[in-house]
Design a protein around this ligand. Structure first.
Ligand SMILES: [Zn+2]
Length: 241
């Protein structure tokens, strides 16, 4: 019988690093047309000039062209919703070579994007791995809340190498854990985001029918408040910009 093929991630001995300058300049202008541009802008939205970004970060895995100031239309089962991107966060995925308190967490090199959206209501559009979420309900929670309602189930999910079905009750619904892990915000720009650069979180994704939740448990003092998001999953091809 053939062995299952496994993809070996980067080893912890040679961890991936992101190079970010201490001070990120603002008020940047396109040298060709003078339009406002961001520090990671590679192509001017207005004149199409190819630019050398001030901050040379890898592009996020998905939604790389969606920028602060852009309009975005999201197709939902019950119609379309129009938003404008107010803020953008680039979030690095962390991993551990093996489980244990003394094994360091290092970057995988994957960078995902989250967007603070303004529209009829505020929303947070987030890509993680190959999943896309539109979160519209945001609630501040504390460590006690996380420990009581979520952490035991996240632990059980982790102990089963994220392969087992782990369910729990919360707010009168039955939820199934989808994903757990750790991430760090590498870069932010614009306004309206709930996170700052450097914020490191343990996260838990869970699903109850069409409703999805995300628990973000930020490292204390890390510049972000523990947050519970609720929303829906959207398909990448239904995010139009
Ligand atoms: Zn330009």
């Amino acid at each position: 019988m053939a062995k299952p093929v496994t993809v070996q991630p980067r080893t912890a001995e040679n961890p991936f690093q992101f190079k970010i300058p201490e001070n990120i300049p603002t008020d940047l202008k396109c040298p060709s047309c003078g339009a406002n541009i961001g520090p990671t802008t590679r192509k001017c939205e207005y004149c199409g000039s190819i630019l050398q970004p001030v901050i040379d970060l890898p592009e996020p895995v998905h939604l790389a062209r969606l920028q602060v100031g852009s309009g975005v239309r999201i197709r939902l089962p019950n119609g379309e919703r129009d938003f404008r991107v107010q803020g953008r966060a680039l979030i690095g995925e962390l991993w551990q070579a093996s489980r244990g308190p003394n094994v360091p967490w290092t970057f995988t090199g994957n960078l995902f994007a989250g967007f603070a959206l303004s529209g009829v209501a505020q929303a947070y559009l987030l890509n993680w791995q190959n999943r896309f979420y539109l979160f519209e309900a945001r609630q501040s929670i504390d460590d006690q809340h996380i420990q009581r309602y979520f952490l035991p189930y996240a632990r059980a999910f982790g102990q089963g190498n994220q392969m087992n079905r782990v369910e729990f009750d919360y707010e009168g619904r039955r939820w199934q854990i989808v994903d757990i892990g750790r991430s760090q915000v590498i870069f932010t720009e614009g306004e309206g985001l709930h996170v700052q650069r450097g914020a490191e979180a343990r996260f838990i994704y869970a699903q109850s029918r069409e409703t999805h939740l995300l628990v973000e448990d930020f490292r204390s003092g890390g510049g972000a408040q523990d947050t519970l998001w609720k929303g829906i999953q959207v398909q990448e091809q239904n995010i139009l910009y």
